[in-house]
Design a protein around this ligand. Sequence first.
Ligand code: SF4
Ligand SMILES: [Zn+2]
Length: 341
Amino acid sequence: MLGWGRRCRRLKERRSPSELEALWKEDDMAGGEKVRAMVMIMRTSGCCWVRSGGCTMCGYREASLRDVSEEDLRKQLAQALSKYKGEPFVKIYTSGSFLDDNEVPPAVRAEIYSAFSGCARLLFESRPEFITEDSAGEIPGNATVALGLESSDPEVLAAAVHKGFTPDDIRRAGLLLKSRGIGVRTYLLLKTPFMTESMAIRDAVSSAMFADAFSDEISVNPLNVQHGTYVERLWKRGEFRPPWIWTLIEVFRQLSGSVHARLMSSPSGGGSQRGVHNCGSCDRAALDAVERFSFTQDPSDLEVSCQCIAKWKAYMESEDLLGSPADLDRSFENELTLRVL
Ligand code: SF4
Ligand SMILES: [Zn+2]
């Protein structure tokens, strides 16, 4: 029998490099209005940083393929265009950096810019090292570049995320884009490894203040545990618990009215053990509140209640007292199991 890793690699080799990884439609904001957005995930050779070990929470290496030619990328574009129904917002994700010439060659990028020149908003992601005077000069005026700042604390970025750049690199890239009239969406990672819930709140709030100087939008992304990552190893050992949804809501409460950028979050895996979650019974209502707030920016939309708020507060106090970010629920469960045994 094949091991899981090898089986994954076999499945991966079978995927066609000329087909999109995924495409779907969803709501988002463009020009201050809620509009339909087309999201396309392109298969590329993947993020250059993966060759240096990648980020501790990133499982994107599974979405990339070794050999993807320019012709393959053109076929993926054609596939997307066949599904495009004039949505005002188009988001292109590559599991890496859209502005990395090795992932998306300049000629293909120019074709993509041209294909979606009529839409109000075009969004793609890039690491800051690919945002230069030259590459910024080619980015069209309808574009928004998403920057993965994660945290404005250089030590967190280096030691807990292993990001391979500094917050100042992101600030430089963001200010350059803004000076060219290009939109910036900045991603923050809520609760990096080794953080307690209260540390995560403080880190996200100060990171958003830092990002506000160069961001039109700040997307707070609660860490979700992806397969094959360092974070997954910590999580399996009970040394990491994804953040509570109350933690995310608290970040928005503290930031509401204090930043100019639009605050938003659309958590991956929300409500599951691997994603941001509460007690289980209030998760849907709390996530709906986060979604409403992301569109309205009205803090009254964050008002949700559940008995587990008291548990969340006690959880934070215990973490602070113990000085440990370990998953306390699971630690106590293990302790009880051991005692029963
Ligand atoms: S999080 Fe972004 S920069 Fe880090 S390895 Fe993944 S794709 Fe690359
Ligand atoms: Zn609850």
